[in-house]
Design a protein around this ligand. Structure first.
Ligand SMILES: NC(=O)C1=CN([C@@H]2O[C@H](COP(=O)(O)OP(=O)(O)OC[C@H]3O[C@@H](n4cnc5c(N)ncnc54)[C@H](O)[C@@H]3O)[C@@H](O)[C@H]2O)C=CC1
Ligand SMILES: O=C(O)CCC(=O)C(=O)O
Length: 409
């Protein structure tokens, strides 16, 4: 029988932005050896070239997977974001092209939370300025403007995985925690949910942002919101660069309205070490500037490498889409003695009946069928006898509404 599924050695993984070696090791152990590895993000023209024959792409936060990239990536089956945020991927375009997208929702959570707490302590003590003065030969030995973290109020905006971890760590240091979220959340420990963002801003000594990049969070900390913050308060942003109006923040720092800030993410970030980092915040000694490294610890990166590689391997080996961020979730065990057709289609009336009719007309017995749908696409996995899979694949590809179909043997 002719082969209708690819050998593992022919399945190409394009790994970008120096994803951890643990991902490469996992893929290799699973038999996937065709790995194109890059330490940095690729320039757009090179990316468009490299994706042409890639079945899987692995990236972090710097690579933008636009609709144009999905148009160019004819063979693409899945994308692995080796991070939490997936805003760098056009998820609608991915779905329309039948490409599943996975991420690592928890592996760097703790790393971000620890950094935020460390920054809060340093900023309350005025350490960034004192450190800068020492580096320039000065000696600013003074308690003025230096405070303990104990007893201060931390305002967490976005009480999800990271926000709630920050909450637990902050309370263990004796802080009072308040938070705001679009969803009503179970407050951990003694934390209290505020009625809205404005209420939080007027009460918090330190405001830390932990929302995803969405239309609603874009510039959610603009000039108006920054003005609502307490005099001498501190702003920490390790979420996404689009959430804060940087010019308004610079203004508040210049006027002394805010005592300091720690910013890890920026509206525009350099692609790599070769590009200069440009920001109006560079002039302020009381601002901790970090190059989007909230999640960059050895522990987090190693765990992310394993977690995302395992998700890609499962999807490649047996069709499982559990925890995909844009795809209907189908959880499958390994298959023996059957071939599996993985069919992605537009979720419109008639597709499933057409598929089932076609199997019946061609006398192909369906041994197992697993279907899940979301608003836009359906994902059905159909198990058939090995002797039927080639014909089944040929036929099912002709069904109107088909986006993509592959077979696993
Ligand atoms: N600096 C870095 O290296 C890292 C940054 N991040 C960023 O942190 C973000 C948060 O991560 P997680 O806590 O894991 O996400 P999450 O999804 O667990 O939590 C986000 C929370 O924000 C809330 N939210 C959404 N829209 C909101 C709005 N308009 N107003 C108020 N609350 C809103 C959600 O209800 C949710 O509770 C990620 O989306 C990512 O962009 C994540 C990891 C590393
Ligand atoms: O590690 C990275 O490149 C990105 C981390 C991040 O922002 C995320 O996990 O969402």
């Amino acid at each position: 029988m002719a082969k209708v599924s690819l050998d593992k050695s022919k399945i190409k993984f394009l790994l970008l932005e120096g994803v951890h070696q643990s991902a490469v090791d996992k893929l290799t152990e699973a038999g996937y050896t065709n790995i194109e590895y890059h330490k940095t993000a690729l320039p757009e023209d090179q990316l468009l070239e490299s994706v042409k024959d890639a079945h899987f792409i692995g990236l972090r936060s710097r690579t933008q997977l636009t609709r144009d990239v999905f148009e160019a990536a004819n063979r693409l089956i899945a994308v692995g974001c080796f991070c939490i945020g997936t805003n760098q991927v056009d998820l609608d375009a991915a779905q329309e092209h039948g490409v599943a997208v996975f991420n690592a929702p928890y592996s760097n959570t703790r790393s971000v939370a620890e950094l935020v707490i460390a920054e809060a302590i340093l900023l309350l003590r005025g350490i960034p300025e004192k450190n800068a003065v020492c580096h320039r030969g000065g000696w600013q030995k003074s308690a003025e403007g230096s405070f303990e973290i104990r007893g201060k109020t931390l305002g967490i905006v976005g009480y999800g995985s990271i926000g709630s971890q920050v909450s637990v760590l902050a309370e263990s240091l004796g802080m009072k925690v308040i938070f705001s979220d679009v969803v009503t959340k179970l407050p951990l420990g003694n934390a209290e949910q505020c009625k809205d963002l404005d209420a939080l801003l007027t009460k918090a000594d330190i405001v830390s942002l932990h929302v995803p990049e969405t239309g609603a969070t874009k510039m959610m900390m603009g000039a108006k919101q920054i003005k609502l913050m307490k005099p001498g308060a501190i702003l920490i942003n390790a979420s996404r660069g689009t959430v804060v109006d940087i010019d308004a923040l610079a203004e508040a720092l210049k006027s002394g309205a805010l005592a300091g800030a720690a910013i890890d993410v920026f509206p525009s970030e350099p692609k790599g070490p070769q590009d200069e980092f440009i920001s109006p915040l560079r002039e302020f000694d009381n601002v901790i500037l970090t190059p989007h490294i909230g999640g960059s610890t050895i522990e987090a990166q190693a765990n992310i490498g394993v977690e995302v590689a395992e998700k890609l391997i499962k999807f490649s080996d047996n069709g499982t889409t559990t925890s995909s961020v844009n795809f209907p979730e189908v959880a499958l065990s390994t298959h023996t003695n059957v071939h599996r057709l993985l069919h992605v289609h537009h979720n419109v009336p008639g597709v499933m009946s057409a598929i089932n009719r076609l199997f019946s007309e061609n006398n192909i017995n369906i041994i197992g069928q697993h279907l899940q749908t979301n608003e836009k696409v359906g994902y059905v996995v159909i198990e058939v006898a090995a002797s039927n899979s080639e014909t089944a694949l040929e036929k099912v590809r002709e069904v109107e509404g088909t986006i993509r179909c592959r077979v696993l043997f």
